[in-house]
Design a binder for this molecule. Sequence first.
Ligand code: G1P
Length: 307
Amino acid sequence: MRLGNVMKKLRKAVFPVAGLGTRFLPATKAIPKEMLTVVDKPVIQYVVDEAREAGIEHFIFVTGRNKTVIEDHFDVQVELYNTLAERGKDEVLARLQRMQPAPGQTSFTRQQVPLGLGHAVWCARDLVGDEPFALLLPDMIMQSEKGCLAQMVDLYEKTGGNVVAVQECDPAEAHKYGIVGPGAAAHGGFTIDSMVEKPKRGTAPSNLYITGRYILQPQIFDVLSAQEKGAGGEIQLTDAMLKMKKDQAFFGYNYRGRTFDCGSPEGFVEANIAFALWRSDMHDYIAHAIDGLYGTVKPVERRKATR
Ligand code: G1P
């Protein structure tokens, strides 16, 4: 759906980073889970890089207590940059500068109480204002030549409205996610018929799960402001989207690429392996190391393995 003749450009992205990361204790006792590294970049940097590639100009972080290091990470570290320059470490300096948001391109606000994803998104309402925005859940990182959000923007430029990225999951896992029921094919995506957050086993309308990338119109904030608690006793974004679907078009986009759930230790380790293998300077070493370990390292009881 085009909103009149003017489709506002997508300039802003919201990153909800308030979660406690309890599944990663003790690693996350003092470090936010978004700052854990996949190969040599924090998880949050992958997601911000994906947004920048898609043309995003303003990065809005919904943080919580003990997350100030995320703000520091996106700041200019003057002394560090000077030292790198003095020591001739031009390559690493250039890499840091490429990832560096420009002055004024970041905003931070806090979700004071953990009331759910819908509430976290709502906390960004004043910073987003009256324009469409991208929403990227940093638990999920994606691997593809062209980033997931950039792929979605291609669809959005044809359809307008709201776009949600999906992929197929094992039907036995559907209860862990938001699931969409697909309608008709449209412009390389499809219209969404239904959406349900964490469906009870055996009730999901399909196996297409919401991967954590969205393009949303700002009216979602009005819906969220009146949204009641849903699955898990939390204010759910999926419930609000379902409500907004009565007035606005929602399109699904079948993301072409790999998705890693860095919210779970297994997915996080998998992401590390996949991103190491993706790098030409590491591929052979890591492939060889995996080969050597697999079959020789036998599992031991978890308590012994992790102390
Ligand atoms: C959230 C969303 C869900 C989506 C998932 C992807 O759930 O509510 O619709 O499928 O992210 O990771 P959460 O992981 O916060 O339970």
